[in-house]
Design a protein around this ligand. Structure first.
Ligand SMILES: CC(C)(COP(=O)(O)OP(=O)(O)OC[C@H]1O[C@@H](n2cnc3c(N)ncnc32)[C@H](O)[C@@H]1O)[C@@H](O)C(=O)NCCC(=O)NCCS
Ligand SMILES: Nc1ncnc2c1ncn2[C@@H]1O[C@H](COP(=O)(O)OP(=O)(O)OP(=O)(O)O)[C@@H](O)[C@H]1O
Length: 235
């Protein structure tokens, strides 16, 4: 009997085709409130392993050494009654002052990147994850796209985004503007994307585009230096 390269019952190692392993890491970007997290939830329901950068950021703010460094830099006014970081108070400072935001990012981003790497390695080890989604509004601004294989942009008009964040988060137009001013213009972000999903309709419309995105991702091949996938809407 010919010698088999694998033993029955032994998992067949998946080939490392992408930057981190057998499955691609897909960065999810878009304007504030455009629906990245909604798209990520639909992708998770279709087998994606989702890394939510906002949640990773929130967990980082709970680390005692981070709380201490932030209080040293921004004062005790950013602490809540329990001595944790009051995100509203910190947000008021950093979305009004670029130097302050850069200081916050220099404290939390390196720790967030460590966590992205840890979670990505976890996902690559699992055999049930179809791809990794890194849902991160500031993916391009922070250079995190360099760790991604592909980038997908979730588009929605400014008016729709404002209506959504007003309803879901109680944000004013000024709050949305302050956060947008801290990010690249939407056109610049979209120009970097390999694929664009239009999220101006209802959730079922978004989900049908996510179905097409998943089919496209399943057949995607790693881009090379001289060959990126042609950017544009889904087929
Ligand atoms: C400033 C903080 C305390 C405000 O907390 P808050 O609960 O109000 O907002 P949350 O973290 O949920 O972010 C909501 C949205 O704000 C925008 N935003 C958050 N941080 C930034 C930033 N550094 N630059 C630009 N936009 C940002 C994004 O669109 C994000 O999706 C918090 O956002 C933070 O610690 N930011 C630094 C870490 C970071 O860059 N996180 C964003 C990862 S995408
Ligand atoms: N197609 C849609 N129809 C109705 N509501 C939607 C749709 N897409 C997103 N929403 C809602 O709009 C709000 C903002 O969406 P979401 O949180 O996904 O945006 P985001 O791009 O992740 O925002 P951020 O930039 O702050 O991370 C949420 O309450 C979400 O449920």
């Amino acid at each position: 009997m010919p010698e088999s390269s694998t033993t029955i019952g032994e998992p067949i190692a998946r080939a490392k085709r992408w930057k981190h392993g057998a499955i691609p890491v897909v960065g999810l970007i878009g304007g504030v409130g455009g629906g990245k997290s909604a798209a990520a939830a639909a992708l998770a329901a279709r087998g994606a392993f989702v890394i939510d950068a906002d949640s990773v950021g929130h967990a980082t703010l709970r680390r005692p050494e981070v709380v201490r460094r932030l209080a040293e830099r921004f004062g005790d006014g950013i602490l809540d009654v329990d001595g944790g970081v009051d995100r509203r108070a910190l947000g008021r400072i950093v979305f009004a002052d670029e130097a302050a935001r850069r200081d916050l990012e220099s404290i939390v981003h390196p720790l967030m990147v460590d966590e992205f790497e840890r979670l990505t390695a976890d996902a690559e080890r699992r055999d049930d994850a179809r791809f990794v989604i890194l849902d991160a509004a500031v993916l391009l601004e922070s250079g995190w796209d360099r760790a991604c294989d592909l980038v997908v942009y979730i588009d929605a008009s400014q008016a729709i985004r404002l209506e959504r964040v007003r309803r879901s988060r109680g944000w004013s137009a000024e709050e949305l503007e302050r956060r947008e001013a801290a990010q690249w213009p939407v056109d610049r972000k979209m120009a970097r994307a390999d694929r664009v999903l239009i999220n101006d309709g209802d959730v079922s419309d978004l989900e049908s585009q996510v179905d097409r995105l998943v089919a496209w991702l399943d057949s995607a091949v790693p881009p090379t230096a001289d060959r990126r996938p042609s950017p544009g809407p889904l087929p």
